[in-house]
Design a protein around this ligand. Structure first.
Ligand SMILES: *[C@@H]1O[C@H](CO)[C@@H](O)[C@H](O)[C@H]1NC(C)=O
Ligand SMILES: *[C@@H]1O[C@H](CO)[C@@H](O)[C@H](O)[C@H]1NC(C)=O
Ligand SMILES: *[C@@H]1O[C@H](CO)[C@@H](O)[C@H](O)[C@H]1NC(C)=O
Ligand SMILES: *[C@@H]1O[C@H](CO)[C@@H](O)[C@H](O)[C@H]1NC(C)=O
Ligand SMILES: *[C@@H]1O[C@H](CO)[C@@H](O)[C@H](O)[C@H]1NC(C)=O
Ligand SMILES: *[C@@H]1O[C@H](CO)[C@@H](O)[C@H](O)[C@H]1NC(C)=O
Ligand SMILES: *[C@@H]1O[C@H](CO)[C@@H](O)[C@H](O)[C@H]1NC(C)=O
Length: 903
């Protein structure tokens, strides 16, 4: 009763305030004091204006909870103005941006701008160009979006890491509706632009839920807008968590496990958000804007306790509550240890709770709020390790410059050894490593800043409640509140939503050559896949798809493969997910993380992962498959627990390969086509007994032509490497394994691919053919790649992807192509210096005899490819997402559904 009254009263008063003069307010407040006493503090003069808020997020599941909590506030009080995506944390930009768009669409908030990426860079002299994308930590940011992963390598790439975050454990596509907003190349507002727009238009409070890269770059390049930033709230860092009360006289009282990186043998001090870009965090902290930090100190005291979890399970009254709870549940069910309820904490949602409560109390001096105990501390962020001034080559602010970048001092705090990775020998020490990069450390010197720090979550006022923390209560209340709730999920958005698995009916047809397609999900691979699916099944029997995740797209993009198969009515084809790392790159003590020696050559922004992961913005035109990546798992496969739907589990490439081998007719053998790095193939060749079942391998990639004409390879992001081709470069040790094995190899090398890289020719032919759904889709994709190539230099390499289709056509062996081969002894260079890695040399003594495509007729190739795609047989059953929406809008019996599978 009391609360409701307060709410109504407050609303009424505020409405009145909005229209009245300040004088009126005072009178009103004075008039109300008598009857309402203590409630009056709810009304502060600021209240008339909504508090404008900007969120920078890496779209982790926990950030999603925080976004919901914020979106559900009354926007006349807390108005979320803009969201920017932090692209060097726990998610990949292309997946994160569309995830956030989907959430906003569900919540009916398509008005909120979302910024991601940008192609600007930082010049050698430290000049920051506009629109830096934030794909790299500031100290490693040069003029490209490709680069090292010294910090980011701490984040697992696949399971329990970015793959799961990108797909929200497989729930995102199963649950969220899809609106009209989406990432589109060269049209997407950049993170910096969105920040500038939001911050320049008025006073604003900034919530940082990931690395501080975007915001630090913003501040460094727009110092004049600093005055508009009222306050920064950041979740991150770790000051003195879980320690016995440190006594000022006892500063040696360090505790174990200050940070949360794993393993701890290089840096036991850092927390992920700050570690992802320590220099950026330092800049933000030291910029002179009031900062409130919600570090592990506080979040560790608000874990997702069992009783909270059970209460949440009972209370799922809104779509956002359902989406959040389902995610929590699958995270719990797949948690490696039994300590989920102690280890998984409320991080970003707690940040938002504490921040809003402090703001409600008018940013009072000591940050009093409902949810956390606060304390001022003098802290700084460690960005390099002592001794300072060490010129050991690890520090990109100093190395190679006569004047250090960003005017840092030659012997100052930024001048020591900067951690090079999780295996940096400087940092490694048995048990507890010695590097402190990213540590939010208390200091006494002038280099420490006074920061308000949350130290502990407050207990629930109601000590009889099973919810032990005040914020548990608030979170469940807000996320379940009927106000400003999500409108629908993908199922309830349409009156007749339903999911089918389409299987083809090939009748009595004799199936042709069994083929396995190994793809890395670059744009050309999808066109090659469409082509393979269109070849008569009597000729090519596509038995399975293996995904190599070490190439041009990140593993969560596997959903696009499922969608293409669904479109083409081939939900019967198994898809296996390959290893996350190239051979030799996984961390020896914890294989979920690893280095990026080769994958660093792939840009993160335009023309790189951002585009591949969204299929250049076109993945959303495809119908949604009921099959999708998911974290579902079962004890049977070595997971600690069974999840709710273990049957939906994503199989690995190895498992799919095994099942194909087992289903082979006696005497038959498999032909493999690889369109990416050779990671999966090497693993198959090494696996016992199966390599004898390989008929032969068609490998798209490798550059052999330079021997004759000195033409260069295509690894354009590593200019010192002249002759390598990407598929060899990205996993050279795997390539070496394959090129020293006994399997029969046919190589479709780069110089041949280059002969079919004319966008205008292929598009012309497509114009003249039957417009099957697959032709239409291929046209969209190819014309987009072509247009991008003409419009922006970051897209100059688009013809790489066009050439990749050739392998499938050579495999099909159409006689009109007049293909001829030559035999050469080849060897792949896999060790030594980066300038040679991935190069293929002719080695008469030690080389492996490889059949190389030497010549073919490009004209007939174009004709043939387009004719196959334009054939009405084996065509799509659902041409697009729009067609699928039409289906979901009409009752089943009215669907005149033609299953176009008769060949
Ligand atoms: C940095 O270099 C750019 C391009 O060479 C130049 O235009 C700019 O003036 C330089 N800035 C500084 C601060 O030296
Ligand atoms: C800190 O140390 C002083 C003297 O060593 C002692 O009197 C005091 O009780 C200690 N405080 C705490 C919180 O342990
Ligand atoms: C922080 O530093 C200020 C001066 O810079 C000092 O007055 C204050 O006592 C320090 N606070 C703590 C908690 O050390
Ligand atoms: C709960 O709080 C009330 C009032 O503060 C107090 O009297 C009571 O002893 C507390 N109960 C427990 C179990 O702590
Ligand atoms: C490999 O083949 C041998 C002999 O055919 C058989 O005994 C062995 O079990 C096979 N190994 C595997 C892993 O299938
Ligand atoms: C294909 O046809 C469209 C519409 O007729 C035309 O705009 C486009 O230029 C054509 N493309 C090519 C490559 O000929
Ligand atoms: C293919 O090769 C055959 C014989 O070598 C030749 O007669 C024919 O003209 C060639 N066709 C094309 C399209 O090049």
């Amino acid at each position: 009763m009391q609360t409701m009254f307060a709410l109504v009263w407050n609303n009424e008063v505020r409405k009145l305030f909005c229209q009245s003069q300040r004088v009126m307010r005072v009178i009103w407040v004075a008039a109300m004091v008598g009857s309402l006493g203590a409630l009056v503090f709810l009304v502060d003069p600021d209240d008339a204006q909504p508090h404008r808020i900007l969120v920078d997020t890496d779209a982790d599941t926990d950030d999603v909870f925080a976004l919901f909590y914020l979106l559900k506030q009354d926007s006349t009080r807390f108005d979320l103005q803009a969201i920017t995506i932090n692209a060097n944390g726990w998610s990949e930009a292309g997946h994160a941006i569309n995830h956030v768009y989907d959430i906003l669409f569900m919540m009916g908030r398509d008005d909120i701008p979302v910024g991601v990426g940008g192609e600007g860079g930082i010049l050698p002299n430290g000049t920051i160009l506009p629109n830096v994308g934030g794909f790299q930590p500031i100290i490693d940011q040069g003029m490209s979006t490709a680069g090292e992963c010294r910090y980011r390598q701490a984040i697992p790439v696949a399971q329990r890491g970015r793959l799961d975050v990108n797909s929200n454990y497989g729930l995102r596509k199963a649950f969220l509706p899809q609106g009209s907003r989406r990432y589109t190349p060269l049209q997407q507002p950049t993170a910096q632009q969105v920040m500038i727009d939001a911050i320049s238009s008025g006073p604003i409070t900034v919530f940082l839920m990931g690395a501080h890269t975007n915001f630090a770059i913003f501040l460094m390049s727009n110092p004049h807008l600093k005055k508009n930033v009222k306050h920064v709230y950041a979740m991150g860092g770790s000051v003195r968590p879980n320690c016995p009360k440190i006594n000022s006289s006892d500063s040696s009282g360090e505790c174990s496990d200050i940070g949360n990186l794993y393993p701890q043998d290089s840096n036991p001090y850092a927390e992920f958000n700050i570690f992802s870009d320590p220099f950026a965090a330092y800049k933000v902290l030291h910029f002179g804007i009031p900062v409130t930090l919600i570090p592990l100190d506080a979040t560790n005291t608000i874990p997702l306790s069992k009783s909270f979890f059970m209460e949440f399970e009972r209370r799922q009254n809104t779509y956002e509550a359902k989406y959040s709870f389902q995610a929590l549940k699958i995270i719990r069910d797949t948690w490696l240890s039994d300590a989920f309820h102690e280890q998984y904490c409320m991080w970003d949602s707690f940040l938002v709770g504490v921040a809003l409560s402090i703001i409600r109390n008018s940013h009072n001096l000591y940050g009093e709020n409902e949810f956390a105990e606060m304390q001022y501390m003098n802290i700084t962020v460690v960005t390099s390790n002592e001794p300072y001034g060490a010129l050991d080559g690890s520090n990109p602010l100093i190395t190679g410059y006569s004047t250090p970048r960003f005017n840092v001092q030659k012997n100052g705090v930024h001048s020591g050894h900067v951690q090079m990775g999780m295996q940096d020998p400087f940092c490694l020490q048995k048990g507890k490593g010695k590097c402190q990069d990213g540590y939010t450390k208390e200091g006494t010197g002038e280099d420490a800043v006074r920061v308000l720090v949350a130290t502990k979550a407050k207990p629930n006022h109601d000590n009889r409640s099973i919810l032990g923390r005040e914020f548990y209560k608030s979170f469940l209340h807000v996320i379940n509140s009927p106000e400003r709730t999500g409108r629908f999920d993908i199922r309830t958005q349409y009156p007749f939503h339903r999911e089918f698995l389409y299987k083809p009916d090939f009748g009595k047809k004799i199936r042709g050559k069994p083929v396995v397609f190994d793809m890395d999900m670059s744009a050309g691979d999808f066109l090659a896949l469409l082509y393979l699916l269109k070849l008569p099944v009597e000729l090519i029997n596509l038995k399975g798809i293996l995904i190599s995740s070490t190439g041009w797209a990140t593993p969560a993009t596997i959903d696009v493969v499922y969608d293409i198969l669904h479109m083409m009515a081939r939900d019967d084809i198994p898809v296996g997910l390959g290893e996350a790392f190239a051979v030799g790159q996984a961390n020896p003590s914890f294989a979920a993380i690893g280095d990026c020696k080769y994958s660093k050559a792939i840009p993160h922004g335009s023309g790189g992962y951002l585009d591949s992961d969204t299929l250049y913005g076109l993945a959303r035109d495809l119908p949604r498959s009921p099959r999708r990546y998911t974290t579902e798992n079962s004890v049977k496969f070595g997971d600690p627990r069974d999840t709710d739907n273990p049957g939906l589990r994503q199989p690995s490439a190895q498992e799919v390969w095994k099942s194909i081998v087992e289903s082979l007719d006696p005497g038959s053998k498999i032909t493999i086509l690889t369109n990416g790095p050779l990671t999966n193939l090497a693993q198959i060749i090494l696996s016992e007994n199966t390599s004898s079942l390989i008929q032969g391998v068609y490998i798209v990639g490798g550059h052999t032509g330079y021997v004759y004409d000195n033409s260069e390879g295509n690894v354009f992001t590593v200019p010192s490497n002249k002759y390598a081709e990407f598929n060899m470069f990205l996993d050279p040790l795997a390539a070496k394994e394959v090129f020293t094995s006994s399997v029969d190899i046919r190589l479709v090398p780069l110089q041949m691919q280059r002969r079919v890289s004319s966008f205008s020719t292929i598009l012309n032919r497509m114009n003249a053919t039957t417009q099957t759904p697959e032709v239409v889709f291929a046209q969209h994709l190819l014309s987009r790649l072509w247009r991008l190539q003409q419009e922006h230099y970051r897209y100059h390499h688009m013809d790489i992807f066009l050439g990749e289709i050739l392998g499938a056509a050579i495999l099909a062996g159409n006689p009109h192509l007049n293909q001829t081969f030559t035999l050469k002894p080849l060897k792949v260079l896999a060790d030594g210096d980066i300038t040679k890695i991935g190069e293929i040399v002719i080695d008469e003594e030690k080389g492996k005899q490889v059949t190389i495509l030497e010549n073919f007729n490009p004209e007939t190739y174009y004709d043939h490819f387009v004719r196959v795609l334009g054939d009405h047989r084996q065509s799509a059953v659902l041409g697009s997402f729009h067609e699928q929406e039409r289906m979901w809008n009409s009752p089943p019996e009215k669907m005149n559904f033609v299953h176009n599978q008769q060949v």
